[in-house]
Design a binder for this molecule. Structure first.
Ligand code: GDD
Ligand code: MG
Length: 357
C-alpha cells in the first residue's frame, strides 16, 4: 500500500425522489448547470490532486461509462464497479476493495454539492490518525439526514440515521475518509448500510471516528426542490464547481438554444441545447433539459423540464417536474410539487393542478 489516496463515488441509488427524471438517467447524471451533476464532483476531486477514482454503480451503469470513459478528459484514472443487485452504501464501499491502491480512501455520496476543502479533510484524518473521518455540516432539518453528535475534541459520539428527534443540527455531509482496513472489514455478499450498520458498529467497537465540521456551501440534490436550487446556485456562482469556471451568471444558455429577445431568464436558469423559448416567456430558477420548449408568455419557476417536453403558451409552472417528451397545452397551471410523467399529454387548457391539497 502507498500514501496514494483513492476516491470512491457512490452512484448506485435509484433516485426515486427525483422520478420521473431518473427513469432515463441516474441521479448523478442529470444535467445541472449544463453538465451531468457528477462532472462537478469529479472536477472537485481532480482539483484536489486525486487521480484514481472508482465509481460504485448499480442502476443504469452504462450511462456513466458511456459519458466519462476512462476519465482522461478530466485528468482522472476512472474505473467502474457494477453491483448486480444494489449492495447499499456500505456494501458498495466494500465491493470496490480490489480496486484500491492506497491506504486512505476518500468516499463521496454521488449527489452532494459541496465546497468542502478536501485536502483539509484529509489532513484532519491524518492528524488524528483516525479510522474514519466524517465531513459534517449544519442544517435546519437534521431529521432528513444522518445526525452526528460529537465531543469537544470533535470525536464522533454517535451516528443516528434519519432520526425523527435529532439531538444536534450537525449532520453527515456525505463525504468520508476511511483507513483502508475499515473498507476491508465490511462484510461481503450482502447489502450493508454504512449509515445504519458500519458507523454504529465501528463506534460500538471503540473505533476512532473524527469529525470535520465546516460551513462551506452544502446541498444534497436528492429532491426536486434541492435539484433545481443546486443547479441554480451553480449557475449563479453561489455553489463552487471548477467545471464551470468563468461561465456563471443569471442564466446559462447552451449552444443551439433559441431564446426570443422578449423572454426573460433569471435566477440561475439553465436552458439546454436545442431549447426554444418563445416571446414573453418568463423562466426563473429552473432547469430545462435539452430540446424543451416554452410557449409565448408562459411562466416557469423553480421547475425542471425534461428532454423535448413542451410547455404551451400562457401556462404557469411553479415547483413542478415535467418528464421527457410530455406535452402541456395552453393555459395549464401546475404548482407546488406537481409531477408529469414522460410522454403525458395534457391538452385541456383548463387543467390546474397543485399538490398542496
Ligand atoms: N453503489 C451504490 N449502491 N450506491 C448507492 C446505493 C447502493 O446500493 N444506495 C445508495 N447509493 C448512493 C446514491 O446513489 C447516493 O449517491 C448515495 O449513495 C447516498 O444515497 P441517498 O439515497 O442520496 O441517501 P440520502 O441522501 O437519503 O442520505 C445519505 O446522504 C446524506 C447527506 O446527503 C446518508 O449518507 C445520510 O447520512 C447523509 O446525511
Ligand atoms: Mg442524497
Amino acid at each position: 500500500m502507498t500514501s496514494e489516496v483513492d476516491a470512491v463515488v457512490l452512484v448506485g441509488g435509484l433516485g426515486t425522489r427525483l422520478r420521473p427524471l431518473t427513469l432515463s438517467a441516474p441521479k448523478p447524471m442529470l444535467p445541472t448547470a449544463g453538465l451531468p451533476f457528477l462532472s462537478h464532483l469529479l472536477s472537485r476531486i481532480a482539483g484536489a490532486g486525486i487521480k484514481h477514482v472508482v465509481l460504485g454503480t448499480s442502476y443504469q451503469p452504462a450511462v456513466f461509462s458511456d459519458y466519462f470513459g476512462d476519465g482522461a478528459s478530466l485528468g482522472l484514472d476512472l474505473e467502474y464497479v457494477v453491483e448486480e443487485s444494489p449492495l447499499g452504501t456500505g456494501g458498495a464501499i466494500g465491493n470496490v476493495r480490489d480496486r484500491l491502491r492506497g491506504d486512505t480512501v476518500l468516499i463521496f455520496n454521488g449527489d452532494v454539492l459541496s465546497g468542502c476543502d478536501l485536502p483539509a479533510l484529509l489532513a484532519c484524518h491524518a492528524d488524528r490518525d483516525a479510522d474514519v473521518t466524517l465531513h459534517l455540516t449544519r442544517v435546519l432539518d437534521p431529521s432528513a439526514f444522518g445526525c452526528v453528535p460529537t465531543d469537544e475534541t470533535a470525536r464522533v459520539l454517535d451516528f443516528l440515521e434519519k432520526d425523527p428527534n435529532p439531538v444536534t443540527d450537525q449532520i453527515n455531509a456525505g463525504t468520508y475518509v476511511f483507513a483502508r482496513p475499515v473498507v476491508e472489514a465490511i462484510p461481503t455478499g450482502r447489502a450493508v448500510s454504512v449509515e445504519r450498520e458500519t458507523f454504529p458498529g465501528l463506534l460500538q467497537a471503540g473505533a476512532v471516528i473524527g469529525a470535520y465540521l465546516d460551513d462551506t456551501y452544502w446541498r444534497d440534490l436528492g429532491t426536486p426542490a434541492d435539484f433545481v436550487a443546486g443547479s441554480a446556485d451553480l449557475v449563479l456562482g453561489l455553489a463552487p464547481s471548477p467545471a464551470l469556471a468563468g461561465r456563471t451568471g443569471e442564466s446559462l444558455v447552451l449552444p443551439g438554444a433559441s431564446v426570443h429577445p422578449t423572454a426573460r431568464l433569471s435566477g440561475g436558469t439553465t436552458i439546454g441545447a436545442g431549447c426554444v423559448i418563445a416571446a414573453g416567456a418568463v423562466v426563473t430558477g429552473s432547469v430545462l433539459f435539452d430540446g424543451a420548449s416554452v410557449g409565448a408568455n408562459a411562466v416557469v419557476e423553480r421547475s425542471v423540464l425534461g428532454r423535448q417536453c413542451e410547455v404551451g403558451e400562457d401556462s404557469v409552472l411553479r415547483d413542478a417536474v415535467i418528464g421527457d417528451h410530455a406535452v402541456l397545452g395552453r393555459r395549464i397551471e401546475l404548482l407546488a410539487g406537481a409531477r408529469v410523467w414522460p410522454e403525458a399529454i395534457l391538452s385541456d387548457g383548463s387543467i390546474r393542478f397543485s399538490t398542496d391539497g
